[in-house]
Design a protein around this ligand. Structure first.
Ligand code: PEP
Ligand code: MG
Length: 540
């Protein structure tokens, strides 16, 4: 193949050279085919079971490290279900009696068993339907040689895909990804935010024909130029390697700012915290000398799985984050599911305008049982460090009052049960124009504001942040946004409260000076941006 160069939109501007791994959609329909040799199909099933068991064991080990034993338990359950005799006998029976291929027999049996579980009276057993489906699809993927990417054995690669959802991205092993390149996707999506958080060079909107790109090809990603080159020449590879070396050198120089204050030359200072999406991201925050966690997007704990994380699992995750951060502030945002962050088990149903739909605090207020589980975990974890809670997508004072009533209920329950807890600092995100307009009243009720400029821009400019076609109109530097930030900061200060920015705009060094001048108290940015913003503040 000749050298092929494509341009796209930059998410994170680093460079990478390496082998390509193409992620394809594995949603091909399963075909029913007649076979001559049933024994061969049964052997194939046994082999796929062994392979699936090994994958699940590796997933279990990884999850134990990241979210603790209780969170990892689901993979143990899957391993046990995989060896269940009733299930296997049923698969073998279909193969023998119908003389059909293993993939079909597994899929049909999986559907039958899932249907059986779903029809049971017991809620726990009903929830197992999703597990059976999960196991059956894993077996089918392994049978058809579409096992997906096994990050444990994968060489570090440049991932190329049509699009990636936040739940797919959150499951990836960050150390194995040299760069991300997708045909679709917007620069303001949560997949993009995750890439920035992990400092992975990434491009979206690259007009590739995925039929022409193959796993194993070599590629160069140049984030700064917004380009990807497939099958580059040796000279191009050499130039890219030199660029990577220079980028590393720049990063090394920034390391000299560790331990230094975020202070302007005339003595004004600002807090610079980090945004994270998982327990393991805390490492990036500390590595980059963040003063705290300004936004822990807790909803990522809910993605890429098929059931709600239990209270204990959440408690362990939050506790681990606050303990690892020592006395530093850790602001945990309650779940912001909905819009592009979808988890099927929430059963939100289809919405015409999901970004204007049932998301974030609206789900929590409509389904308090989900909210209370998270609040219990947060109040318990607050005992172990400097934890604050933040509520997303607020539009009114009434919502905050409803939230406080639920927090009060949770407090009474914990007290009654003799479980240690603490009521931490509580703040709200300002990410709707409505919240800006009532920020004077909100400031009296809450401890702090954190401005979510990603959504505030989307709702103020009436531009879907996911819509690739509108990227040129999505302007977070719009005067309306900057004026809103000023209003919010002033209203917070009038009530003696503090206000920060945790949207992507907080990391925009072209505005750092303006933010400091406005009196913004805190900027919470992707971990790799902490030192860059510090550099900017110190140069003021
Ligand atoms: C925001 O909207 O700016 C924000 C920080 O939240 P998210 O990007 O997760 O919606
Ligand atoms: Mg938001």
């Amino acid at each position: 193949m000749t050298v092929k160069k494509f341009s796209g939109k930059t998410i994170y501007s680093g460079s990478a050279v390496g082998k390509v791994m193409v992620l394809r959609d594995h949603q091909e329909p399963i075909r029913r085919t007649k076979v001559e040799d049933a024994k061969r199909e049964i052997r194939r099933v046994r082999h796929a079971i062994k392979e699936s068991g090994q994958q699940l064991a590796r997933l279990y080990d990884k999850a134990v490290k990241e979210v603790g034993e209780s969170g990892a338990a689901i993979f143990e359950v899957h391993q046990m279900m995989l060896e269940d005799n009733d299930y296997l006998d049923a698969v073998f029976h279909v193969i023998r009696t119908e003389m059909v291929n293993a993939e079909y027999a597994v899929a049909v049996t999986g559907d039958n068993f899932a249907g059986m579980f779903a029809a049971m009276d017991d809620e726990y057993m009903q929830a197992r339907a999703a597990d059976v489906r999960d196991i059956s699809s894993r077996l089918v993927r392994n049978l058809s040689g579409q096992g997906g990417v096994d990050f444990d054995v994968m060489e570090p690669s440049i991932i190329v895909a049509d699009d990636l959802s936040p739940s797919e991205t959150v499951q990836m092993d960050k150390k194995k990804i040299l760069a991300l390149v997708t045909v679709h996707g917007s620069t303001n999506s949560h997949t993009a935010i995750l890439a920035r958080m992990m400092s992975i060079p990434a491009l979206v909107g690259v007009p590739l024909d995925l039929e022409e790109i193959h796993t194993g090809m070599t590629a160069i990603v140049d984030g700064a130029a917004g380009e990807v080159i497939f099958e580059p020449t040796e000279m191009q590879c050499g130039e890219a390697e030199e660029k990577i070396r220079q980028e590393k050198e720049k990063l090394r120089l920034l390391q000299g700012l560790k331990g230094k204050k975020n202070e302007t030359r005339d003595g004004r200072s600002i807090h610079i915290y980090a945004n994270i999406g998982s327990v393991s991201d805390v490492g990036y925050a500390l590595e980059n000398d963040a003063g705290g966690i300004g936004l822990f997007r807790s909803e990522f704990l809910y993605l890429g799985r098929d059931d709600f994380p239990a209270e204990e699992e959440q408690f362990q995750a939050y506790k681990q984050v606050v303990q690892t951060m020592g006395q530093k502030k850790v602001i945990i945002r309650t779940l912001d599911i909905g819009a592009d962050k979808q988890a099927d088990y929430f059963e939100l149903g289809r919405e015409d305008n999901p970004a204007l739909g049932c998301r974030a605090i609206r789900i929590c207020l409509k389904r308090p049982e989900i909210f209370k589980t998270q609040l219990r975990a947060l109040l318990r974890a607050a005992v172990y460090g400097n934890l604050s809670i933040m509520y997303p997508m607020i539009i009114s004072v009434e919502e905050v009052k409803q939230i406080y009533a639920i927090v009060e209920e949770v407090e009474q329950e914990l007290k009654r049960d003799g479980i240690p807890y603490r009521i931490p600092e509580q703040g709200v995100m300002i990410e709707t124009p409505a919240a800006v307009m009532v920020s004077d009243e909100l400031a009296e009720l809450v401890d702090f504001f954190s401005i979510g400029t990603n959504d505030l821009t989307q709702y103020t400019l009436a531009i879907d942040r996911q819509n690739q076609k509108l990227e040129d109109f999505y302007d977070p530097h719009h005067k309306a946004i900057l004026r809103m930030i000023k209003i919010v900061v002033d209203n917070a200060h009038k009530c003696g409260k503090w206000a920060g920015i945790c949207g992507e705009l907080g990391a925009d060094t072209a505005l750092t000076e303006e933010f400091v001048n406005m009196g913004v108290d805190e900027l919470s940015v992707a971990p790799p941006m902490v030192l860059k913003v510090r550099e900017k503040v110190r140069a003021m």
